[in-house]
Design a protein around this ligand. Sequence first.
Ligand SMILES: [Zn+2]
Length: 356
Amino acid sequence: MVLKTNVKIDSGFKNPHQTLGNLRSRGSQASKESQNEKRAQSSNQRSKSNLNGHSLEKRKLPDEIWTVLRCPYCKGELKRTAYGAECLKCHDKYPSSSKGQLDLRLRRIKKCSMVFDVVDKTPSKYTIIENLSPNPQLRNKCPNKGSGCISPELLSYFPKGKNSDSLMLDLGCGSTPNKRDAEKAGFKYVGLDFDSGKSTILGDAHALPFEDETFEFVLSIAVLEHLRYPFIALSEVHRVLKKKATFIGSVAFLEPFHGNSYYHFTHLGIINSLESVNFKIKLISTDQKWNALTAQARMGLFPRMPHALIQLILAPLQIVHSFWWKAAATLYPTEARKIKNSINLAGSFMFIAEKT
Ligand SMILES: [Zn+2]
């Protein structure tokens, strides 16, 4: 049985009122163009008046990135303009943000369709690596610390850029903590975020503004749980990756609700989501340093408390927990074998997948 679903994507998953705004702006083509024009002019004025801060010049995108940029609405080629960009096909205008970022978020509702094979089937069985170790091939040396929120172990699995034109996309790049590591691995870094002052391109994960088969590597750390339609976003990642290219990421599991998170993934959830859009899974793993207790304590119970103090508070509970699990394995051996402690208590899951 095949289920076909139509999903309307709008540009404002952080702002529910924006959908209404988009609907209202769907009048005649002429009025839409006039609105776009006004928006372009006002943004241009803002950018000009902001030359001492983040000017357009400072945020200038290299030519090789311009050549792969596409209209998020119709995938038409984009023309560089004084205020930002314009689609050569549907003529949507994309004025830069007040900070000089190229703003390629959707300007109107985009309808997306996906086809699912609905059968009574659980996702494929995978060996889930409990507590990931550094990559034995050490393509990238495992540093002592991961930069930002990526673990050093996962960092050691970064692929290497094939040549000087190899592009990688940091989807949901935030303050671009992974830029240096991606460049060290030989990639030209492209950071995209829906709402970050540090990103050179603003965009929506549900409608990526890039040509098909552009990137050799996509990274997405703690992003998918914040998206309204993760299946759509994953199919977009699949579309913009080259064949056999790598997709590395992490998703929240037992972290508390945070930053408007919609869907927290179990290991089956992320396996199913990746397989549904034809990714081949290479690795699913937990992170020893990020279990439910640590995640809840740092993000929910004691936010902003020094980590050393949190570890001190958690230590007795961790000790009792370890002791009880060892005791339970002896007392209830059959039941204990069925439960993977680190999987049931993972704060998040990491994954490495390949585009088939
Ligand atoms: Zn267009």
